[in-house]
Ligand binder design. Sequence first.
Ligand code: HEC
Length: 119
Amino acid sequence: MNLTITGAQRRLTSTALALGIMVGIMISTSSSALAGDAAAGEKKAYTCLGCHGVLHYVNTYPTYHVPKLGGQHKEYLVEALKAYRAKTRTHGTMQANAALLSDEDIDDIAEYFASQGEQ
Ligand code: HEC
């Protein structure tokens, strides 16, 4: 029996491995989408990205400190946005940004940023 692994077999193995990882990511993404819709959140977060840099989005003009949202815990982001909306957390700009968000918007946006991972 020939036990030598050919290049083709090795490529096949790594392709199968890559596919397995991709399927794994797809499954974990779709299950986390049950609580909030990250795709909808991405659209709703469009205006936020001008200030909050996330993966591949870099704040173009950082004249002041803006917290990084990508990779933060979803629960924390939800709490922060609800606090700005209720004006129990002070910050004029963020209160204005959160004022018109519904609970569903906040859930989707938080899901989106939490799914972005560290930069
Ligand atoms: C004009 C710039 C600007 C825009 C637009 C903006 N933010 Fe902010 N955001 C800030 C700044 C500055 C802070 C820090 C405020 C503070 O110190 O409390 C902040 C803080 C936050 C925090 C708290 C983060 C933390 O680590 O405590 C969250 C969550 C957040 N913003 C979400 C959003 C979302 C969601 C949007 C869009 C709906 C948005 N922001 C739009 C400037 C902005």
